[in-house]
Design a protein around this ligand. Sequence first.
Ligand SMILES: *Cc1c(COP(=O)(O)O)cnc(C)c1O
Length: 391
Amino acid sequence: MIHSEINELVAILRRMFPKGAALHEPKFELKEKEYVADCLESGWVSSAGAYIEKFENNLCQITGHQHAIATVNGTAALQVILQTAGMQQGSEVLLPSLTFVGTANAILNGGGIPHFVDSEPHSLGPDPRKLENYLERIVVFKDGEPFNQRTSRRIFGLVPVHLFGHPVRGDSLKEICSRYKLQLIEDAAESLGSKSNGRHVGHSGLAAILSFNGNKIVTTGGGGAILTNHSELAARTRHVVNTARLRHSWEFLHDMQAFNFRMPNINAALGLGQLERIDTLVTKKRSLHAAYRRELRQISMGQLFAEQAGCNSNHWFNVFLLSSPDRAIRDAILQSTNQVGIQTRPVWKLLHQLEFLKGFPKDDLSQAEILQDQIICMPGSPHLADEMEVA
Ligand SMILES: *Cc1c(COP(=O)(O)O)cnc(C)c1O
């Protein structure tokens, strides 16, 4: 019974993608080639140049943030903003276990302690009620600051992740964070172009980060960005991202220890052309999602994960969710789709199960563990939508 359904699923996917499909790959157009060529021509390929500023301005237009700071990658962006926002050495930062390892690495690299919380099946983000219950049990306030009474460490904040482009429950998380005096910094690495209640994601807390890695909706080869509406924080962050160099016409003056995390101009040139057509990219990804929805209707062992009411996801990857968690069925589907050139993947191994992250504090993570055995990520490249129209 299950096996014939797996065969049916594979047959549908092969019909949708006769030439096979990668999980996510970029397709560059004339604009990018022009901008990159122009950048090479100018000689300004490194950490100064006009494309970085254009790229940042364009990001502000798309997301509605007042400030965007382009960085070498998303992990670096998250590390820096955590530090400039006040994460101290040894303070704990809450994050879902169901995320990419970069979220935890950014916390660790900045001197923080990752502290894992559970996710929910509705948004794939942190479960607000469970989070609140947990905080009620572990938080004590000392001089108005939240501490984990089990470890005696300060809890700095929460980093929710808009998984696969699906917005988290920002309003509830914001409310909980303000009650517990936690900073809220959003990992929006996967969700450029995603909206919640008509607004681009990344406005629930102090700041948000994006990634422009090769498999994201817009890529600069490698890259990231920090988004915030907080002007003073933006100015300080921009300063430490770029070696804390003071303005001077010829002298090298730096007023503090800092990072060299600025995005190079050539990477910004590559990304700018894609940013200029972000609406088209999102529309294509959404129509690909609609096609999956139509085609997979008759499959009963699971269904396509749908966006929540009020949300507009960029559907970075398309998530097929098994109705009941079953590692063997999940792996059988992964096996038979990859075998025929349809690239599918499970969700990342839960972070608290990775050897180097096992010793860190955590809540009960049973929902994340269930989701791990339900999620199958399916191809999401925007151009797949065009290829299907032709087919
Ligand atoms: C891609 C990604 C990052 C990190 O991005 P890099 O640019 O690769 O450093 C962080 N968090 C999540 C959820 C991601 O998907």
